[in-house]
Each structure stands twice: as structure tokens, then as C-alpha cells.
Write a protein that binds this ligand. Structure first.
Ligand SMILES: Cc1cc2nc3c(=O)[nH]c(=O)nc-3n(C[C@H](O)[C@H](O)[C@H](O)COP(=O)(O)OP(=O)(O)OC[C@H]3O[C@@H](n4cnc5c(N)ncnc54)[C@H](O)[C@@H]3O)c2cc1C
Length: 148
């Protein structure tokens, strides 16, 4: 039997992005429900190597990818694959992707990503806080493991 419930905010997807979003909202006193048919953290977040890769701020859509797009689309050995039957459905996304891959949007997107990534490092206690060393020798990654 179908049941209905009413909450203030529904976050769809319980990967690291959805979990962090829900946690932040709950911390601010908002009523949140997470919706996911799978175990939390079982998607891409499960395989995460845990690198706070602040240097990885170049967006996937960039002029280099744009130049390589025809070869990526036509080469059968290309790592990029899509269903031609879905071309009509994908067209709006592809148009946005191409537009965002021009030099100026790429630069703006890289700066936006760099801002997010810098906050991530500081949030984990980098820059000398929380016991994580600062300076040129500061680690770019933190080894963690399950103990049992
Ligand atoms: C092997 C590997 C190593 C990586 N290493 C790093 C790293 O070192 N550093 C780094 O920054 N990034 C790394 N990444 C990338 C990073 O893990 C992903 O960018 C990140 O986990 C994406 O999180 P997400 O919450 O967007 O997606 P996911 O973790 O995939 O979560 C999406 C969730 O949404 C759910 N979902 C999908 N569709 C629906 C729907 N219609 N309704 C409800 N739920 C739905 C899925 O079940 C899933 O649980 C790595 C990725 C991989 C695969």
C-alpha cells in the first residue's frame, strides 16, 4: 500500500553530495529526508580514493575536450560512449556542454571549482588547524582505514 509523508526538504541520492547536503541542512534545523533505493554511499562515493584534489579544478568540459569531441564520438575504441538512438534526448545537454567548453566559461567554471575545493581542504582542518600541517610540505591526502 502506498504511503505519503510530508517533509520540508527531500534530497535525492545518498552519495557524498546528497549526504553532505542533508547533513548541513539538518544541522541548520531543517527537516530533511534522503531518498535512495540503494545503500547510502554505495555509488561512486564508495570507490572514492579520498583525495582532496584541490588541483583538479579543470572542468571536464574544456576547449581540449571540445577539439577532441568528434574523434571521441566517432572512434569505436573511444572511452566516451553513448547511444546514438538517444541523440535527440541528449541534444539539449550536449549543446550546454559545448557552450560551457568554450574558453571563457571554462575559466569561470575552473575558478568556481577551485573555490569549492579550497573550502573543502580548510573544512577538514587544513591550513594548520585541526592538527593537519600547513605549508609547502602539507599532505594532499589523509590515510584512513576501517579498523574492524
Ligand atoms: C574509483 C573512484 C575514485 C575516486 N577518487 C576520488 C578522489 O580521490 N577524490 C575526489 O574528490 N573524487 C574522487 N572520485 C569521484 C567522487 O567519488 C565522485 O565525484 C563522488 O562520489 C560523486 O558523489 P555523488 O554523491 O554525486 O554520487 P554517488 O556517490 O554516485 O551518489 C549518487 C547516489 O544517487 C542515487 N541515485 C541515482 N539516481 C537516483 C534516483 N533517480 N533516485 C534516488 N537516488 C538515485 C544512487 O543510488 C547513489 O547512491 C572517485 C570516483 C571513483 C569511482
Amino acid at each position: 500500500m502506498a504511503t505519503t509523508s510530508s517533509v520540508e526538504i527531500a534530497v535525492v541520492g545518498a552519495g557524498v553530495v546528497g549526504l553532505a547536503t542533508a547533513l548541513r541542512l539538518a544541522g541548520e534545523g531543517r527537516e530533511v529526508v534522503l531518498i535512495d533505493p540503494n545503500e547510502p554511499g554505495s555509488g561512486a562515493s564508495f570507490g572514492n580514493a579520498g583525495t582532496i584534489a584541490e588541483y583538479a579544478c579543470m572542468p571536464v568540459g574544456n576547449p581540449g575536450v571540445l577539439r577532441a569531441l568528434p574523434k571521441l564520438l566517432l572512434d569505436p575504441d573511444s572511452p566516451f560512449a553513448w547511444r546514438w538512438a538517444a541523440l535527440f534526448q541528449l541534444a539539449p545537454w550536449l549543446v550546454r556542454f559545448v557552450r560551457q567548453s568554450f574558453p571563457e566559461p571554462t575559466r569561470a567554471n575552473a575558478l568556481a571549482l577551485a573555490g569549492l575545493l579550497a573550502e573543502a581542504l580548510a573544512g577538514l582542518g587544513g591550513n594548520g588547524a585541526g592538527g593537519w600541517p600547513a605549508g609547502p610540505d602539507a599532505p594532499q591526502w589523509l590515510p584512513v582505514h576501517l579498523s574492524a
